[in-house]
Design a protein around this ligand. Structure first.
Ligand code: ATP
Ligand code: SF4
Ligand code: MG
Length: 317
């Protein structure tokens, strides 16, 4: 059985009166990759931000998140994040161009992380930075150290972000739609790079993805979110080969019928957070809806090798 690295229980996030995440629970094994999928506004980035301790002062966060030997990430004060964020938990953002500082060279941004987090001397930090840039496939890495971000292509910038995120050998990497700002041809290369690098280092990775096909190909586990709640979660093979939740089925049918991998289901839209139904949040779009769905929220229960929240799930194929 996989050794659990992260166990999230009942993660709930309020922004003012709006409950953006509602009782989200999932686990991630050491060395595993997990995909968070769902339409825009489902709360994927909010999960990553909550687990990185980035919501302090902006939102009310409840629940618990056991991470390795840390009893609860959600209860940490800002000071306690020193030595954790950037070191044991790292993040790759969607837009590398915006995440990199335009005023500093790639080399100085990378070496400053290495010097600060790993207390390396100048020469050691430079040598490690060059090795890191080589490992993420940047040609002529030594010369690239003195490039400014704007002198690199989008794909090269994202490679630099991967190098920075992995510089301190984190246990857990969050990659929040790391390729959506890139050309389609480069996207697969960057996802593969992140997977290869995290596997090589034995790290775990949480991918925030819009792309169901990519999620199924690249991740061990999948969590399907809808309007801030987990609808279905489990091993990717189990969930995507044989989806039981009507929403997962809708997502899968879009990939097959429209031939696109992007999650943009045509039937209806996600309810607004100001106007959520008391029962199942998917009820207004669900082809299998029952009368009780409107008033009673389905609990997340173990069914056929996955977690499932539905009163009337699809039977086995
Ligand atoms: N800073 C913010 N202030 C207020 N509401 C926010 C803020 N950031 C996100 N939200 C709201 O929280 C909800 C979840 O947003 P989140 O960004 O987590 O979704 P997402 O699944 O990552 O979507 P996307 O695929 O578009 O990135 C949305 O309704 C969004 O409007
Ligand atoms: S609980 Fe009801 S409305 Fe929600 S997905 Fe299941 S059948 Fe559909
Ligand atoms: Mg997002």
């Amino acid at each position: 059985m996989t050794d659990t690295l992260l166990s999230v229980t009942g993660l709930t996030v309020h922004r003012g009166p709006r409950r953006i995440l509602d009782d989200v629970s999932f686990t991630l094994g050491r060395g595993e990759t997990l995909a968070l999928v769902g339409e825009s506004g489902a709360g994927k980035s909010t999960i990553a931000a909550a687990l990185m301790g980035l919501l302090a002062g902006q939102a009310k966060v409840d629940g618990a998140a056991v991470f390795d030997d840390v009893p609860d990430l959600l209860a940490l004060r800002e000071k306690a994040w020193t030595g954790l964020r950037g070191r044991r938990l790292a993040m790759i953002f969607q837009d590398a161009g915006a995440a990199l500082n335009p005023c500093y060279t790639v080399g100085s941004q990378l070496t400053s992380v290495l010097r600060r987090q790993l207390s390396l001397g100048r020469a050691d930090a430079r040598a490690k930075a060059i090795a890191l840039l080589e490992s993420v496939g940047l040609n002529d890495a030594a010369a690239r150290m003195s490039s400014y971000p704007h002198q690199l292509s989008g794909g090269m910038q994202q490679r630099v972000m991967v190098a920075i995120a992995l510089a301190c050998d984190p246990d857990l990497l969050f990659a929040d739609e790391p390729t959506s700002a890139l050309d389609v041809t480069i996207q697969a290369q960057i996802v593969q790079l992140i997977l290869d690098q995290t596997r090589q280092k034995g790290a775990s990775c949480i991918f925030v993805l819009h792309d169901l096909a990519l999620a199924s190909q690249s991740c061990d586990r999948i969590v399907v979110l809808y309007a801030g709640q987990v609808m279905e979660a489990g091993p990717s093979g189990t969930v995507l080969r044989d989806p039981r939740h009507p929403y997962t089925q809708l997502l899968k049918s879009c990939v097959i019928e429209i031939g696109t991998a992007d999650l943009d289901p045509p039937q209806g839209s996600v309810p607004g957070y100001d106007d959520l139904p008391a029962g199942c949040r998917f009820a207004s779009r669900c082809p299998r809806v029952l009368p009780r769905c409107a008033t009673q929220r389905p609990p997340l229960e173990k069914v056929a090798g996955r977690d499932l929240a539905c009163w009337n799930p699809e039977e086995a194929e």
